[in-house]
Design a binder for this molecule. Structure first.
Ligand SMILES: [Fe+2]
Length: 300
């Protein structure tokens, strides 16, 4: 079966058809998927009812898969595989979560524009989100093309932001929504980390704005001045010219490059309708500031 790549948005979001991800991929298929991943940054595979093991195995082709951690809530009980982030409103009993369940708060935080795991020193390379149950209305995911957003900046702005470093913290982004429930242990495990503001990808030789709700301020700048710049860039990058909205169907799998996209969830009737998606997250190799230093050292 030949793989077909159908762009939904030029150079940003493409549908991949003609491949069954439950089966071992031929070398040519894998090559075509990798090429499309670099070109489009977001790939959509329709009708892929993968088991957890198949989902993890495909994810692992892109790099090491993070083990999910329960930083957000105190119970250790998990409904899903240890390598899956549970993007659902469903509890361990299989029923819709109670209205006051703390997980609802963190789901709401996903409605802020972000890219996954920038709050970790070694952030995420890509994520793979698979839909199992979805509401008929709402619960879409929006994506933003951070390479196009970068390309559209003025040359003066590109020069101004080229070397900047942003501090990222999940404690910061959750505090924005009024959540102060992190344990001291979680805070110690999740200290603020530095990430570049402009990410260069050596494989595509393209640059992208690297922004997320976790980015609190610009290192070395007065807080207010840094905030103003981060807000300005986020507003710029999330205009409709750079975004795409996906309506989920069961079996949809979306792979996105966290290094050059942002995404956010959108609301749905979360108290009465089930929504069950599961995500694997693939780690990058090193911190983004370290990578930039290495790249620059290699060009001296
Ligand atoms: Fe996310």
């Amino acid at each position: 079966m030949a793989i077909e790549i159908t762009p939904k948005r030029p150079s940003f979001f493409a549908e991949v058809s003609g491949v069954d991800l439950r089966q071992p991929l031929a070398a040519k298929q894998w090559q075509e998927i990798q090429t499309a991943f670099h070109e489009y940054a977001i790939l959509f595979f329709r009708a892929q009812p993968l088991t957890d093991e198949e989902h993890i195995a495909f994810s692992a082709r892109f790099g090491p898969v993070f083990t999910a951690t329960n930083y957000h809530w105190k119970t250790e009980a998990r409904r899903v595989h240890a390598k899956m982030a549970d993007i659902s409103n469903i509890g361990t009993d299989g029923a819709i979560l109670p209205a006051d369940d703390e997980r609802r708060f963190h789901s709401r935080a996903n409605e802020l524009w972000h890219t996954d795991n920038t709050f970790k020193f070694v952030p995420a390379r890509c994520s793979l989100l698979l839909a199992r149950e979805v509401p008929e209305q709402g619960g879409d995911t929006e994506f933003a093309d951070m390479r196009a957003a970068y390309d559209a900046l003025t040359e003066e702005k590109k020069i101004e932001i080229e070397d900047l470093v942003v501090e990222h913290s999940i404690v910061y982004s959750r505090t924005l929504l009024g959540f102060n429930g992190y344990t001291d242990g979680a805070k110690q495990e999740l200290p603020p980390v530095p990430q570049v503001l402009v990410r260069h990808n050596g494989q595509t030789n393209r640059k992208a704005l690297y922004l997320a709700s976790h980015g609190s301020h610009i290192v070395g700048w007065p807080k207010e001045r840094g905030r103003t710049l981060l807000d300005e860039l986020t507003t710029h990058a999330t205009q409709s010219a750079f975004t795409y909205r996906h309506k989920w169907h069961p079996g949809d799998l979306i792979l996105w490059d966290n290094r050059c996209t942002m995404h956010r969830a959108t609301p749905y009737d979360e108290f009465n309708t089930r929504r069950d998606l599961q995500r694997t997250t693939v780690s990058d190799e090193i911190n983004s500031v370290e990578r930039r230093e290495l790249e620059r050292a290699s060009h001296v």
